[in-house]
Design a protein. Structure first.
Length: 319
């Protein structure tokens, strides 16, 4: 199950997805780069200007500022229109509904602010996830069949396909908007990734040499697809880990990046994964990557007894 790279097609006959591939191609040719910060930082910096500067692709596709049609090269504006990725912003101005961020030297389209419950997130967690995954692949590079659960814009899946172009790489997500952008991002990068709409591993069969995941880990069940991880924020990720453990080929591994609510010095994710590893006789390595992320979240009632949220990485290995 692999996706072939999309052929470049004439503008007159292209679909919205093909127009978005063209958009990414043109941004790459123009030397566009943008590192996506946290939502709070994005809002603060974007608030410093009322509109994009003439010709600034970073203002339009990074900071999502309002712009006039004449601010962009005509071919880029036409690709936005054909890709259905622009909306009116008042006074003859427009705003892009997608952002483009650079990760591992590749461009990824993802949601602009205000996208609602179906938003496709990419931010600092994505960079930490990919960095952790890269370190693991440098230790053990080989795999033949891999899946990125909850793939979103595809940061993890694209990295796997780039590292091993002959492998079968699948990206699953419950959000069709995420799978659409995964397909666009993969086709722009000319990387074979197969999008599958599924919750966890429900939509794919067989065993895997490698399962990776960067699940939502903020407490909540309000329907925010990219953010809510369950009553304590860890339930969804731990369910994915149990599913993955059942689907590993001999010697296969699960690479998890997530957050853990530390309470009175105890790490519930570490404890749950240690129990899972002992039950299956799996190897487990565990690392606290960042001791304190999303500190403002601790004001929420669900975190009344939590002292910090740690970004953590774990690798489970089937013996």
């Amino acid at each position: 199950m692999t996706a072939e790279p999309l052929e470049r097609v004439p503008a007159a006959s292209r679909t919205a997805e093909e127009a978005l591939v063209d958009l990414l191609d043109r941004l790459a040719t123009a030397g566009y780069e943008f590192v996506m910060p946290t939502p709070a930082t994005h809002a603060l910096v974007a608030g410093r200007r009322d509109r994009a500067r003439f010709g600034s692709l970073r203002d339009v596709f990074g900071w999502t500022l309002p712009f006039a049609a004449g601010d962009l090269p005509p071919a880029i504006f036409d690709a936005l229109l054909a890709g259905q990725a622009v909306e009116p912003a008042g006074d003859d101005l427009f705003r892009a509904t997608l952002r483009a961020s650079t990760l591992e030297g590749r461009l990824h389209l993802h949601s602009a602010p205000g996208a609602g419950r179906n938003a496709v997130f990419l931010g600092p967690d994505s960079y930490r996830f990919v960095r952790f995954l890269r370190a693991e692949l440098e230790r053990r590079p080989a795999f033949g069949r891999a899946v990125d659960i909850g793939t979103g814009a595809g940061a993890g899946a694209l990295m796997l396909a780039a590292r091993n172009p002959t492998a079968e790489v699948i990206g699953t997500d419950v959000n069709p908007a995420a799978l659409r952008l995964l397909a666009v991002n993969a086709r722009h990068a000319l990387l074979p990734v197969a999008p599958v709409q599924a919750s966890g591993l429900d939509g794919v069969d067989g065993a895997f040499d490698l399962v990776i995941a960067n699940p939502p880990y903020i407490a909540g069940e309000g329907g925010r697809i990219y953010r809510d991880g369950g009553p304590r924020g860890i339930e969804l990720g731990l369910r994915w880990m149990r599913e993955a453990a059942d689907r590993l080929a001999p010697g296969g591994r699960v690479v998890l990046y997530t957050g853990s609510p530390i309470t009175d010095g105890r790490d519930p994710v570490r404890e749950a994964l240690a129990t899972l590893a002992a039950e299956r006789d799996f190897g487990l390595t565990y690392d606290e990557i960042d001791p304190d992320v999303f500190g403002g979240t601790l004001r929420q009632p669900a975190y009344g007894d939590v002292e910090r949220i740690a970004a953590v990485g774990a690798v489970l290995v089937a013996r």
